[in-house]
Design a protein around this ligand. Sequence first.
Ligand SMILES: [Zn+2]
Length: 103
Amino acid sequence: MGQARLRGTPEQRKQAAIERQLALRPKYIKCNNCQAELSDMTPLDIADIKGIEAAFAAHCPHCGHDTYAIKGEREAVAQMHMAIEDAAGAQAQPGVVPAANRR
Ligand SMILES: [Zn+2]
């Protein structure tokens, strides 16, 4: 990249990553819960995740369910799904944190 403009700031690289992702963006994500077709999706920040090419989250306006579309190596995708499920599971039941579980 001798004569190209220097494009090295983390901000620019992140933007480039997002643009790369948008190129891989599916037409819609099908809601895992009610099968609605969700065309409004948000690219996730995957800059630091190895093996993932693109990841999108769509929030279903019909049932409130979040569905994720993740593209990349099989294992990396599975791992990211698990991480999301863990995080979502923890947030999904904020009112149900039985103290009994602590012990
Ligand atoms: Zn739904």
